[in-house]
Design a protein around this ligand. Structure first.
Ligand SMILES: Cc1ncc(COP(=O)(O)O)c(C=O)c1O
Length: 386
């Protein structure tokens, strides 16, 4: 299906004048995704939807990222998926965890608490001159004292992409596990697990994948499945006769919770299938074009754009010296243009976000040039106060 012919929006939003530019917060679902959930909900009125839905969702996500379905666990949030992965990685007391400066704050808080209890040391991977995690520096500091490397693929506050393929290659060569947070890239940037070859990767549904809220997944490479995560739920948990836990780790289902919102999972499956059908390289190209247009428009206005890296995606952030970011966001909302914010606290290690909260514009392929021109015009009105 050609992307232009694709019915990008759910019926509820297609006929309104609202301009949605907050895919990094939560994107609009496609018709197929809404319909799949409605069908599932309707089915639940007469009989309980079976676990088959979960199996199908795993298979669709696996297909999207070129993995084996047994390497996919479905979870209700990216943060929980990330934490489940962390707690299953064998790290020895006294070892160091290396972390990217764009790490999401929830991951970082979990790391701080986890490291304190072991104890483990945390060290930030130095940035290159673009502000991305430096592969060169990583090569220098990655020794046998390192038990884990954590990298966020796309920064939440600038759209800058970390060189994940290079980082994964370095980690693989040194035999150190790599945990990638791809919550902002799944559905936006092509992700091929046979090429990235990391140990663990986390994606969330509601952002660029256009899946329902409350859906996320964890990819755990087969060979990395050695330990239990903190939470083992009833589908995989067993006790032996002496009441000792006897769960065997044979596939990523070990990370899942027993109770899941199967209606949402039907939506996750539909969203992953749509992304697959549209082709992730086509999606990435289209998203890039629209993001370049946003950046070009913003450069012509009296704003400070936060850009780094040779490769950036559909997260464009800025602030104004004159008007507070939250005020810009609410004034745009008054004009039915919905954008998000990148709060200082969300990327605590990143220097650039330490100054103030930023306005975050995150378009998707369903946004049109006219909508971006409209944004440009309305922002101009707000900034020039007319
Ligand atoms: C980079 C990044 N990682 C993780 C998350 C958390 O995902 P979830 O809200 O599904 O827990 C977010 C959410 O904003 C994010 O931007």
């Amino acid at each position: 299906m050609a992307i232009d012919e694709y019915t990008g929006r759910a019926p509820a939003t297609r006929d309104t004048d609202a301009v949605h530019l907050d895919a990094a917060g939560c994107a609009l679902m496609a018709d197929q995704t809404v319909d799949a959930q409605l069908a599932s909900l309707t089915a639940e009125r007469v009989h309980a939807v079976t676990a088959e839905t979960k199996i199908k969702a795993r298979a669709s996500v696996a297909r999207l990222i070129n993995a084996d379905p047994r390497e996919i666990a479905i979870l209700p949030s990216g943060s929980l998926a990330w934490f489940q992965a962390l707690t299953s990685i064998p790290i020895r007391a006294g070892q160091t965890i290396l972390v990217s400066s764009s790490e999401f704050f929830v991951n970082y808080i979990a790391l701080l608490r986890y490291a304190k209890n072991r104890p483990l040391a945390l060290q930030r991977i130095p940035d290159d001159h673009y502000g991305r995690s430096s592969s060169e520096q990583l090569t220098k500091i990655l020794g046998s004292h390192v038990g884990l490397v954590c990298v966020t693929h796309m920064s939440n506050n600038s759209g800058s992409l970390n060189p994940i393929h290079e980082i994964a290659k370095i980690c693989r060569t040194r035999n150190v596990p790599l945990l990638v947070d791809a919550c902002q890239t799944v559905g936006q940037v092509p992700l091929d697990m046979k090429e990235i070859f990391c140990d663990y990767l986390v994606g969330t549904g509601r952002k660029f994948l256009r899946a329902p809220r409350g859906t996320a997944f964890l990819y755990a490479k087969k060979t990395s499945l050695t330990n239990w995560p903190t939470i083992i739920d009833y589908p995989t948990a067993r006790l032996d006769q002496s009441l000792a836990p006897m769960t065997r780790v044979s596939d990523a289902a070990i990370y899942e919770l027993g109770e899941q919102n199967l209606v949402a999972l039907a939506g996750l499956k539909a969203a992953a299938d749509s992304a697959m059908e549209l082709d992730s390289t086509v999606i990435w190209r289209q998203i890039n074009d629209i993001s370049l247009l946003v950046r070009d428009c913003l450069r012509s206005l009296p704003l400070i754009l936060h850009e780094h890296g040779p490769e950036s995606g559909a997260i464009v952030t800025f602030h104004s010296k004159e008007i507070d970011s939250q005020e810009i966001i609410s004034r745009l909302a008054d004009r039915h243009i919905f954008v998000g914010s990148a709060r200082r606290r969300s990327t605590p290690l990143d220097q650039c976000s330490n100054e103030r909260d930023l306005v975050r514009i995150s378009p998707h392929y369903y946004n049109t040039r006219e909508e971006i021109m409209n944004l440009h015009e309305e922002l101009g009105r707000i900034l020039y106060r007319f």
